[in-house]
Design a protein around this ligand. Structure first.
Ligand code: FAD
Length: 410
């Protein structure tokens, strides 16, 4: 079993999207970067529908060509349905400049493409290495790591980036975890051979709201190989009370999903259904003495707007910039330049997530005769441009309430 040797400027915990992109960006700036990843890639991960804003960060990390070569499913928007209502947002018709299209990706392949690209760029990645402890002194941070042979060793660097996703290594070790403000929800999901009609629009994620229980919703994310990811999100107690195993719960709910039920009428359920519970999380701080938290190791809101990978990549891009200044001897303000900058977009998404579950946003999405300009602004946020303060719904996310009122009166 290999043990990393050498002097590293930065050690990154986790080789998912935030770890791969942050490490590549730092390597491009000339630093010696080590990534320690617990598992071996390819490995399954949830979070398959990207947002167009991601493309900018993939471009920045010189990973876009490799992602395009992988022939993932093209994506240009998001469609929404509830009972007989249906509308869609085409991300190319958005307020903010920038990419209007992206991909729907099998994360085992996508994450491996990014990690392999980081390695090709000179990042050292060691798989099968679990980080178990952290300490910092005046000039370095030291991680304790266990390899697959059960051997523990220590590795030091000037700085540690925690990109461990739901592993949440530093939040747990440093007691930084806070309960989420969001209600506890559970998701049941799987991959299927979809057998969807050839005239169905595979270029969009389909979000279905349960016709009676509007807090329950489903995703359908078609891939480029005739398969799809399908899942449901429901209050924890609701799913727990349903009879049967995870697959029968998911299939029962899908059968109640009107348009979704008919789109999937010939689907073959050939893969076990997974359950993930209580995934929303929060932290006391996003940075500290010789460390910063990236992606899901920091805050995770809710899957409804597919914002997870976008936030993860934005955090990687921001942290790499601030850390570069710090390693060059400047004294960057991590609060302003990292935490507040990141939270601007996270808070935009938070207002939209709250608006989704209290139905303000559902009223806006399903309103007839939407104003094109307003639709473009909402489309921008759904496309991941949640940091564009030129957008009135980013500058003041509470405007959503006024809009919802206008929509429900009109
Ligand atoms: P991850 O991708 O989780 O990577 C973390 C890595 O760290 C893993 O490889 C892990 O093995 C490694 N690790 C963990 N612990 C250790 C350790 N101790 N030592 C070393 N390595 C370690 N996002 C979207 O963008 N689109 C979606 O459609 C979407 N759908 C979702 C649906 C659900 C139900 C949920 C719960 C989430 C969804 N997400 C979605 C969110 C998405 O899954 C995450 O936001 C995204 O994967 C975060 O990336 P990351 O790089 O922070 O972490």
């Amino acid at each position: 079993m290999s043990i990393p040797q050498g002097d590293f400027d930065v050690v990154v915990i986790g080789a998912g999207p935030s770890g791969a992109v942050a490490s590549a960006l730092l390597k491009k700036k000339g630093y010696q970067v080590l990534v320690l990843e617990k598992l071996h890639f390819p490995r399954f991960s949830i979070g398959e529908s990207l947002l167009p804003q991601c493309m900018k960060f993939l471009e920045e990390a010189d990973m876009l060509a490799a992602v395009e070569d992988a022939k993932f499913q093209f994506k240009n928007g998001a469609a929404f349905t509830c009972a007989d209502r249906y509308d869609f947002f085409d991300f190319r018709e958005k307020f903010t400049e920038g990419w209007g299209t992206t991909f729907q990706v099998q994360r085992d392949r996508f994450d491996k493409v990014l990690a392999d690209e980081a390695e090709k760029q000179g990042v050292e990645i060691h798989y099968g290495q679990t980080v178990t402890a952290y300490e910092a002194d005046s000039d370095k941070a030291t991680l304790t790591v266990e390899n697959e042979a059960g051997k523990s060793y220590q590795i030091s660097a000037k700085f540690v980036l925690d990109a461990s996703g739901f592993g949440r290594v530093l939040p747990r070790l440093l007691d930084l975890e806070l309960p989420s403000h969001l209600a506890s929800r559970t998701s049941a999901f799987t991959h299927i051979k979809d057998n969807i009609d050839s005239d169905y629009d595979r270029d969009k994620i389909l979000i279905t709201v349960h016709p009676e229980h509007h807090e329950i919703w489903y995703w359908l994310i078609p891939f480029s190989n005739g398969r799809s990811s399908v899942g449901v999100v429901a209050p924890r107690e609701f799913l727990a009370k349903m009879e049967g195993d995870a697959e029968s719960k998911l299939r029962t709910l899908i059968s109640e999903g009107c348009m979704l039920a008919s789109v999937l009428e010939n689907a073959e359920y050939d893969t076990p259904v997974n359950i993930i519970d209580g995934y929303s999380c929060n932290v006391k701080q996003l940075y500290g003495d010789k460390f910063a938290l990236l992606g899901n190791a920091g805050e995770f809101l809710d899957p409804v707007f597919s914002s997870g990978v976008t936030i993860a990549l934005k955090s990687a891009s921001l942290a790499a910039g601030v850390l570069d200044r710090e390693l060059k001897g400047a004294k960057p303000d991590w609060n302003e330049e990292y935490a507040e900058s990141l939270m601007l977009g996270v808070n935009t998404f938070r207002e939209f997530v709250n608006g989704w579950y209290d139905e303000r946003l559902q009223n806006v999405i399903f309103a007839e005769d939407k104003n094109d300009d307003v639709k473009g602004m909402i489309s921008s946020i759904l496309a991941g441009y949640a940091w564009d303060t030129e957008n009135p719904y980013v500058k003041d996310p509470a405007r959503l309430s006024t809009l919802a009122e206008v929509c429900s009166n009109g």
